[in-house]
Design a protein around this ligand. Structure first.
Ligand SMILES: O=C(O)/C=C/C(=O)CC(=O)CC(=O)O
Ligand code: CA
Ligand code: MG
Length: 390
């Protein structure tokens, strides 16, 4: 039996307890929880077959009462001694995609980001925001089969583009490959077709949160996305961090969203605070180039889920929805390079080099932390991926 050591100031203390899927050199992927620098094997600690599965979906489908029960049991366990064969050093495990992604929707919930993109793409408009933007969380349906996790290389996509000086579209590797630093929210318990989830029911449905990178080929996107929205420019890859931080771990991070004016329609109004005080950092080849603040997001994840289901669309276990690019008001808080470099016109310094969009071999890591109880902080870990040539 071992008492799990939790290093002083660890972002993975007993108030975090994020879930993931791990394997070791000689064992199959199964569910684990991160404590300090250790991974605890849930399939050893609980007599429940859901934890032997290679995704968290079966556990997530058990619902909020069970999530709370397992979390409470884990807190008790790590207060005492844990069986040695259930504990692995983090360095000895491989982390996998934690969930089997059902449907994937990505929103556009940052007013700073949406305004900046409006100024860049629609400079002729007096208002950078589209007329619908403050009335509903705008989103598009993405491709769940290309959601991957940290460590998976991203191959530069090919596609059509038509630059301002091209007479006809050309085909080839994207030359404006970009990131979007976002948070992703995972549905544990879905809702049947014909029903609606209200904002106050959010915690009964949402299991937890991950960091999300919505890789975006701006040149492909610009040519293809009128009038139906992004398609191949974003469907080649989306990456999420391997640890799913339970919603219950985010209690101390809950804040009001910025004032919403005009007042949203009743179905988007709840009585609970679902803004989240999460700080992100974007690292480009080892250099932090941006620190996007989630606290500034206009639409809350509870409003996004309510909007997703208000037309009676079903939701299900494993649904993933992205917040949209997170950008603060300052330049070094912008969560996409198209914004950070103002469409490529203002290159940024990345160590000894200057960059506009991504080059082959570049590596991006997005990390995030949030307040925990009593002045502590909890971590989401990171999502880190490298660009391979087309
Ligand atoms: O405003 C536009 O024309 C385009 C917007 C985007 O590409 C943003 C997007 O993908 C959504 C987001 O992540 O915020
Ligand atoms: Ca996005
Ligand atoms: Mg994507």
């Amino acid at each position: 039996m071992t008492k799990i050591a939790i290093p002083e100031g660890s972002l993975f203390g007993p108030d975090n307890l994020p879930y993931g899927i791990f394997s070791t050199a000689d064992s199959e992927p199964r569910a684990g929880v991160r404590v300090g620098d250790s991974v605890l094997d849930l399939s050893q600690l609980f007599d429940d077959i859901v934890f032997a599965e290679p995704s968290l979906n079966a556990f997530m489908a058990q619902g909020r009462a069970r999530w709370d029960e397992v979390r409470a049991a884990l807190k008790t366990m790590i207060d005492g001694d844990v069986a040695d064969d259930a504990v692995y050093p983090i360095a000895d495990v491989t982390l996998h995609l934690p969930i089997e992604v059902a449907d994937y929707v990505d929103f556009y919930a940052s007013e700073n980001h949406a305004s900046n993109l409006g100024r860049l793409f629609r400079p002729q408009n007096p208002d950078p925001l589209m007329p619908n933007w403050k009335h509903l969380p705008v989103g598009y349906h993405g491709r769940s089969s290309t959601v991957v996790t940290s460590g998976v290389d991203i191959v530069r996509p090919c596609g059509q583009r038509k630059g301002p000086n091209d007479e006809a579209p050309v085909f080839g590797p994207s030359i404006r490959l970009d990131i979007e630093a976002e948070m992703g929210f995972v549905v544990g318990v879905g809702s049947p077709m014909g029903s609606q989830i209200t904002p106050d029911e959010f915690a009964d449905h949402c299991f937890g949160a991950v960091i999300l990178n919505d890789w975006s080929a701006r040149d492909i996107q610009a040519w293809e996305y009128v009038p139906l929205g992004p398609n191949l420019g974003k469907s080649f890859a989306t990456s999420i961090s391997p640890w799913v931080v339970p919603l219950a771990a985010l209690e101390a991070a809950r804040i009001d969203t910025p004032v919403q004016d005009p007042e949203p329609l009743p179905y988007l109004k709840g009585s609970e605070k679902w803004g989240l005080d999460i700080d992100l950092a974007v690292e480009w080849n080892g250099h932090i180039v941006s620190r996007p603040p989630y606290a500034q997001m206009y639409w809350s994840p509870a409003q996004m889920l309510a909007h997703t289901s208000v037309n009676g669309a079903a939701t299900r276990t494993g649904d993933l929805f992205g917040s949209g690019t997170i950008s603060g008001p300052e330049k070094d808080q912008r969560g996409a390079f198209i914004e950070l470099t103002w469409g490529g016109a203002e290159p940024v310094q990345v160590g000894d080099e200057t960059r506009t969009f991504l080059e082959d071999g570049d590596e991006i890591a997005i990390s995030a932390t949030a307040p925990g109880p009593n002045g502590t902080r909890i971590g989401f870990g990171e999502v880190r991926n490298r660009i391979l040539p087309a």
